[in-house]
Design a binder for this molecule. Structure first.
Ligand SMILES: Nc1ncnc2c1ncn2[C@@H]1O[C@H](COP(=O)(O)OP(=O)(O)OP(=O)(O)O)[C@@H](O)[C@H]1O
Ligand SMILES: [Mg+2]
Length: 265
C-alpha cells in the first residue's frame, strides 16, 4: 500500500527557472527569465515571433547552454546534470519528425527499440489507441493528415513515459479540427500526471488548454498567472448592452503593445 508522504514543504515544481539569460552574439534574447511549472500542469509560454520561446525550450531540454541563471527540470540542473534531465523529458520540436515511408506503428516500434524498451509492439499499440491512430496505424505516414502526423510525433516523444514534456508550437499549421485533436491529447497527458510546457503564438490555444500562462516579451516574462488572473490585469469590462470579459488577446495586446509604445518614446 502506498502511504502518502505528508510534508509541510510545498511540492517542488517540475520546472524551475531563475534569471535565465541568453544572447546570440549581440542579440540579447533572454534577459532574466523566471518561471515555475507545477507538476502535472499545462504551462503555456506565449510570445511573438522571435520572442525567445524556442530558445527557452532548447535550454530546458539541454540542447543549448544559457549564459547566466539556472534551470532545473524534474529536480535536475540542466547545466550540471544534463543526462538526468534528458532522461526526464521529451521534446517535440516545432516541425514534425516522423518518417513518412514507415507506418505509424513502425515509427513507434522503431523509437521503442532505439530506447531498448521491452515489448515495443505493445507500447506501439497502446500509443496508437491513446492518440486515436489505431485504425490508421498500419498506413504509411505519407497518407496522414497534418493533425495525425502531429499526434504521432507527440506519441513518439512519449515512449518511455517521460515525466516532463516540451511541445514547441504543437499546433502551428493545423486546421481547427487537428488543433482540437492535439489539445485533447495534451489534456490527457496532464490528466495522467505528466507536466507539459508548450509554446504557442495562438492565444486561444493558451486560453483553452493551459493551467497557467506566461508572456515572454523583450527577454523577460512580463506577466504570468491563470487566465482569470491575467484577465484581472485589465479594467473590468464596460457594460453597454452586453458584458464582454477581456480575452487573453486583449490582455496580450495591451501589455505587449504598451511596452512597444514606451520603446518608441
Ligand atoms: N542560432 C541562432 N543564432 C543567431 N540568432 C538566433 C539563433 N537562434 C535564434 N536566434 C534569434 O533569437 C531570437 C529568438 O529566437 P527563438 O527561435 O527563440 O524565438 P521564438 O519565440 O521561438 O520565435 P518563433 O515564434 O518564430 O518560433 C530571434 O530573433 C532569432 O532570430
Ligand atoms: Mg520558436
Amino acid at each position: 500500500m502506498n502511504v502518502p508522504v505528508t510534508t509541510s514543504q510545498p511540492p517542488e515544481p517540475a520546472i524551475r527557472v531563475r534569471g535565465l539569460e541568453k544572447s546570440y552574439q549581440k542579440l540579447r534574447v533572454l534577459r532574466g527569465v523566471d518561471l515555475d511549472v507545477a507538476r502535472g500542469s499545462i504551462f503555456a509560454l506565449l510570445g511573438s515571433n522571435g520572442a525567445g520561446k524556442t530558445t527557452v525550450v532548447k535550454i530546458l531540454s539541454t540542447l543549448l547552454k544559457a549564459d547566466a541563471g539556472s534551470a532545473h527540470v524534474n529536480g535536475f540542473d540542466v547545466a550540471t546534470q544534463a543526462a538526468d534531465v534528458r532522461g526526464s523529458i521529451s521534446l517535440t520540436g516545432q516541425f514534425a519528425a516522423v518518417d513518412e515511408i514507415l507506418t505509424g506503428r513502425e515509427n513507434l516500434v522503431l523509437v521503442a527499440r532505439l530506447r531498448h524498451l521491452k515489448a515495443p509492439d505493445s507500447i506501439a499499440d497502446d500509443l496508437l489507441k491513446r492518440f486515436a491512430l489505431a485504425e490508421a496505424g498500419d498506413r504509411r505516414v505519407a497518407t496522414y493528415s497534418g493533425g495525425m502526423r502531429r499526434r504521432l510525433d507527440i506519441a513518439m516523444s512519449l515512449i518511455g513515459n517521460p515525466p516532463v514534456v516540451f511541445l514547441d508550437e504543437p499546433t502551428t499549421g493545423l486546421d481547427p479540427e487537428g488543433r482540437i485533436e492535439v489539445w485533447q491529447a495534451v489534456r490527457e497527458l496532464a490528466q495522467g500526471g505528466t507536466t507539459v510546457l508548450l509554446t504557442t503564438q495562438y492565444l486561444d490555444e493558451a486560453e483553452h488548454l493551459a493551467d497557467r500562462i506566461a508572456i515572454l516579451h523583450e527577454g523577460r516574462i512580463i506577466v504570468h498567472g491563470t487566465l482569470d488572473e491575467l484577465r484581472r490585469i485589465l479594467p473590468p469590462a464596460e457594460v453597454e448592452y452586453v458584458e464582454k470579459r477581456p480575452s487573453l488577446e486583449d490582455v496580450f495586446l495591451t501589455l505587449v503593445g504598451a511596452s512597444r509604445e514606451r520603446e518608441q518614446l
